[in-house]
Ligand binder design. Sequence first.
Ligand SMILES: [Zn+2]
Length: 254
Amino acid sequence: MSFRKTRIVFLLLILLGVASVTYWESMLVRSWLRPLEVAIYAVNGDGSDVSASYIAQLPAASFEEIATFFDQQAARHRLKILPRANIKLAGEIRQAPPAPPSGERGVLASLMWSLKMRYYAFHTTPFWENLGRIRLFVVYHEGELGKPLQHSLGLRKGLVGVVHVFAKKEQSAQNNIVITHELLHTLGASDKYDTHGQPVYPDGFAYPDEGERYPQYAAEIMAGRIAVRPDRAIIPTNLDACVVGSKTAYEIGW
Ligand SMILES: [Zn+2]
């Protein structure tokens, strides 16, 4: 075989290897036989001192309420109680994750980004330790009032996600909502809001079958907002005001 052919065969083998490991890991995690393991890696998104000191003071229990949320919601949807989720801050990463494709996102651009993302996760975090674990790169920003952050992205069934959040204590409960949303993407859940950001009925509603349709008092986590009127939805203050709806529960294998 020529060098070129050997190289192509070698690359194909690597791709096949990556694909099989990813598939096997995702099946394992979504079988819910073991506790959900999530490693959170903090990234300073703007190089600012504010983000640096925020990351430095992050308490180990910062993400504990996400584990509690999983416990409570699983109990609503599953007959058998799941082993307790383990969601931990695993460390800080200096390098920023690859930028997601902007504007019109083609299939190829998304595929390329997902490969880059896997490579980034592979070389910035330990491999064996993270097998069968979801890795979330939480990127902290000082942020400016009224200026939205970059879009967060969870690879669907890829067990890797990038979450952009604010480096502010007052914001930490809402940060946990965003982190949980992306975490659910990596487990196979889809978004449940329309192009105006309004929750889609019935899957994007916390309690679509109970009482009046509006106003709702809680948010379906994959819709991200509480539908209070057909044309108005508000951001919940914390995970206590969020639920996993039945469609999301089905998508993640509950
Ligand atoms: Zn989403």
